[in-house]
Design a protein around this ligand. Structure first.
Ligand code: PMP
Length: 420
């Protein structure tokens, strides 16, 4: 039974009425960026028209209101991911910056005298990722390894599109300093068994960073239960604005970790010779932060919470269960990802024999159906499965089965269009 009133939800998203060449938009690209409900725009407009000012250092009324709005957004995020403290929530510009923040902090720790050993890297140390990472959770670690002499290793993915979990005892060893892995793959849709990985990582004394860009928007998240040390995600994939991301980190680690960027707002005292840093989260938020985007993100979280993350997860499971068998009936179609709805979200990649994804995407667009085509910033996992590109549909709170039907009908049309 449906647990979301999708028609009511859709009324909050004016863009879903867009006409695309005579067809109503069917937006099936939420894994790239989600659409924003009126409530998010309204919260940001209200802030702009009523309380806009810089935060923290102002004694005037607007400054106090802006500070309250910004810090309120931090508390809102903390409650949403069940963080023990709002001070563990750092605002960044996106998930990519959140991951880079940790990578650059480790680089800083490596060159600084007396930095915490857990962040220091050198020859013989290893960082472990998986073969299904988005480039955002791969390239920063490649760079860090190059600069520090550490070695990058990875957990492979199996023929059934799941993590090769049986190999973790060999891949994660006493040499491992950090394991960075995605919770849900943006290309395969696979959801990874985090607890097995975090258990093994912590048993060997390694830190764990989870790229939750594709999970926080779609399911209830409890960062403590997850067992990770760092969790990164991004506002624009969860009904929020672009320009804001989150890094959650365990308080004790944030205290021990050197900052990535430095400048104003992250200090306690500064002389010409030296500076002492403020405590986290300020230590990691140099300069004026994305204040209005934080307000928008808080409103997005209110919206999601109102729907209920359990209901959202259920809705997407139903959509995946609806879409998968119908896709598989399309002649020459291969799903690049797990079949079982339970181990996956409603992000589904596929190839169509004889047709390039770009052509597929163009035919679909001519019917108003918006999907993503390409390597989805996860080239290594494409190579693993012998494809250079896929077509990807991704669903969210406003997605209907009728839109999936339109996609399927569009796919049937591809063959006709190109065999004329
Ligand atoms: N990780 C994953 C799994 C993603 O899907 C994305 C966005 N495509 C990112 C990281 C990066 O997010 P952003 O571009 O907002 O930094």
């Amino acid at each position: 039974a449906p647990r979301l009133d999708v028609e009511k939800i859709r009324a909050d998203f004016p863009i879903l009425n867009r006409d695309i060449g005579g067809h109503r938009l069917a937006y099936l690209d939420s894994a790239a960026t989600s659409q924003r409900p009126r409530q998010v725009e309204e919260a940001m407009r209200e802030f702009s028209e009523h309380s806009n000012a810089n935060i923290s250092r102002s004694v005037h009324t607007l400054g106090a209101e802006a500070t309250e709005a910004y810090e309120g957004a931090r508390s809102r995020v903390a409650a949403f991911i069940k963080a023990p403290s709002a001070d563990e929530v750092i605002f960044t510009k996106n998930a990519t910056e959140s991951i880079n923040l940790v990578a650059y902090a480790m680089l800083a720790a490596t060159v600084e005298k007396g930095a915490d050993e857990r962040f220091r890297l050198g020859e013989g140390d290893e960082i472990v990722v998986t073969q299904m990472e988005h480039h955002a959770n791969l390239v920063p670690w490649q760079e860090l390894c190059k600069r520090t002499g550490a070695t990058l290793k990875w957990i492979g993915v199996r023929d059934d599109f799941r993590l090769d979990i049986d190999s973790i005892d060999q891949v994660i060893t006493e040499r491992t300093k950090l394991v960075a892995l995605t919770h849900v793959s943006n290309l395969l849709g696979t959801r990874n068994p985090l607890s097995q990985v975090t258990k093994r990582a912590h048993a060997v004394g390694a830190l764990v960073l989870v790229d939750a860009a594709q999970s926080v928007p779609h399911m209830p998240i409890d960062v403590t239960e997850m067992g990770a040390d760092f969790v990164a995600f991004t506002g624009h994939k969860m009904l929020g604005p672009t320009g804001i991301g989150v890094l959650w980190g365990r308080a004790e680690l944030l205290e021990a970790m050197p900052p990535f960027l430095s400048g104003g707002s992250m200090i306690t005292t500064v002389t010409m010779e030296e500076t002492t840093f403020a405590a986290a989260p300020a230590k990691f938020e140099a300069g004026t932060p994305p204040i209005s985007a934080a307000v928008g993100l808080a409103a997005a979280i209110d919206y999601l919470d109102n729907l209920g993350m359990d209901n959202i997860l259920h809705h997407e499971k139903e959509l995946a269960a609806y879409a998968l068998p119908r896709l598989e009936q399309v002649e020459g179609l291969h799903v690049i990802g797990p079949r079982v709805p339970i181990a996956r979200g409603a992000t589904i990649s596929f190839t169509l024999d004889g047709f390039h994804p770009h052509d597929v995407g163009q035919v679909l667009d001519s019917d108003g159906v918006a999907v993503r085509v390409g390597h989805h910033c996860a080239k290594p996992v494409c190579s693993r499965y012998g494809v250079t590109a896929t077509t990807r549909l991704s669903a969210y709170v406003y997605t209907t089965t009728e839109e999936i039907d339109r996609l399927i009908a569009g796919l049937e049309k591809v063959r006709k269009v190109f065999s004329r």
